[in-house]
Ligand binder design. Structure first.
Ligand code: HEC
Length: 452
């Protein structure tokens, strides 16, 4: 629908802008004719300013020459190493609506600018400033706000927080779009809003508004059947569930659970974030459902291992279509791959990505991938449990599955299109293969995968 189309148009605009500036850059290759206003600012507008502007997540602004000039060398380094913009998917597998990579041409321009002395140029050459939407980018039918401020410390690592909001939806609802807005842009790194259906034990005894750390016993078990309704990453914007004539289902009596990743800002502060949703006018052709995907609850990562392999598997119980993937690991994660083994034995890699714990990025597929009943979905991850991993909390530990950051996880949240009348959403897939093995002292490795 509307929001997705807007994204595609925006992406095209990015492409054209990048091409134009590259041609200029090539015309004056390794010369100082590359200027901030003419060549660099258009690239920053399209690729960087969503986060690099005052009040947003990045610590420095790239809105003006004065603000950007001191970062010229840093920009070159971050761009060349592909550290920025944050996007880790292997371009050889799949096409994504939310792709965020610098073209080679744009990259060359940034490098030429830094190497040429970060010349300012003529302000007359500047493109018009981008208008950023700081409010809702959808017209909400309903806004759900955390009932009280969450108190946040000035420094240190903040565990993921879970906050229950008693909404108690009065009737079954179909939702076509959702948007999440931080109460405080500087502390909210990313967040999710989950639907807690009335028959779930998840957060059953939680006090509404209280922020529970991941792993707190008061949260109960996060069972299957908890659908992801909305997510927020800096620059992501609203999500549209109607692209494939689809919508999210919120059963009568459901509540909302916010799952928050905060980062400390150096000051004690608070946050109270909000979720906005748009209801469908008509029942959809498909239900858009997100679950935890292939999961290695039996994982074991040996102490010191720089490249520990962990494989998970599940098998489709019905025909469905894959539209979204978001791997999940903790601080030792390195990379994640998703493979499909079809009922006829054909095997195909559909997604590969490097892993960065700080960014938990999900990919929206341009075209749904059919998953016929009987298809095996394989998740293949690697972990660095050596002392060389600067994020590693303890390289001397044999690590098992757990909710805390110093434990590990290996799963890949997935979004599917299913028949709107199919109610048994906890059984779209069943664990299979390596995911059924008893826990050992390593793996389960790829060698445990049975290929007929
Ligand atoms: C999705 C948000 C986002 C986008 C888009 C983004 N950045 Fe960043 N950037 C950040 C955040 C957050 C930090 C600080 C933390 C970090 O380094 O991860 C950062 C840090 C940086 C740094 C400092 C790195 C260091 O070593 O200290 C540079 C340079 C940078 N960004 C350049 C860019 C450029 C150039 C672009 C566009 C081509 C860009 N960023 C796009 C969020 C973003």
């Amino acid at each position: 629908m509307l929001w997705r189309r807007m994204t595609l148009v925006a992406l095209l605009a990015v492409g054209i802008a990048a091409m134009t500036s590259s041609m200029k850059a090539t015309a004056g290759e390794n010369s100082s004719s590359v200027t901030f206003y003419k060549d660099v600012l258009p690239i920053l507008q399209k690729n960087c300013q969503t986060c690099h502007r005052p009040g947003e997540i990045a610590p420095m602004s790239f809105m003006t020459y004065k603000d950007t000039r001191p970062w010229a060398k840093g920009i070159k380094t971050a761009a060349v190493s592909r550290q920025m913009p944050p996007w880790f998917a292997d371009p050889n597998y799949g096409h994504f609506v939310n792709e965020r990579t610098l073209s080679d041409a744009a990259l060359r321009t940034l490098v030429a600018w830094a190497d040429g002395g970060a010349v300012e140029g003529d302000a007359k050459d500047a493109p018009p400033p981008v208008k950023f939407v700081d409010g809702w980018s959808i017209k909400p039918d309903m806004v759900i706000e955390m009932p009280q401020d969450v108190q946040l410390p000035a420094t240190g690592t903040i565990n993921y927080k879970n906050i229950l909001v008693k909404v108690n939806f009065a009737e079954d609802r179909w939702v076509v779009a959702a948007d999440l807005r931080p109460g405080n842009n500087q502390v909210v790194h990313h967040m999710r809003a989950n639907v807690r259906p009335p028959d779930s034990d998840f957060m059953r005894n939680a006090v509404p508004g209280v922020a529970y750390d991941d792993g707190d016993p008061a949260m109960g078990r996060k069972d299957a059947g908890i659908d992801l309704l909305g997510k927020f990453n800096p620059g992501l914007g609203a999500q549209d569930f109607s692209l494939f004539e689809s919508a999210k289902f919120v059963p009568k009596g459901s509540d909302i659970v916010f799952n928050m990743h905060y980062t400390a800002t150096g000051k004690e502060t608070t946050d109270r974030s909000r979720l906005a949703i748009v209801f469908a006018k008509n029942p959809p052709k498909y239900r858009y459902y997100v679950d935890e995907g292939p999961t290695a609850g039996n994982l074991a990562i040996p102490a010191g291992d720089p490249n520990a392999e962990v494989v998970s598997e599940m098998t489709a119980q019905i025909d469905t279509q894959l539209v979204y993937m978001q791997p999940h690991m903790h601080l030792r994660g390195k990379d994640y791959e998703v493979r499909l083994i079809y009922p006829d034995g054909k095997m195909q890699t559909v997604f590969r990505t490097k892993w960065d714990f700080n960014w938990q990025i999900g990919v929206d597929l341009v075209k749904p991938i059919p998953i016929p009943k009987g298809t095996r979905v394989i998740g293949i991850a690697h972990f660095d449990n050596s002392a060389n991993n600067k994020w590693n909390p303890d390289p001397t530990k044999l690590v098992f599955w757990g909710l805390q950051n110093w434990e590990e996880m290996q799963n890949c949240f997935m979004g599917y299109l299913i028949d709107p009348n199919f109610k048994d959403v906890r059984n779209i897939f069943k664990r299979s293969g390596p995911s059924l093995l008893p826990r050992s002292t390593s793996g389960p490795a790829l060698s445990t995968l049975v290929i007929k």
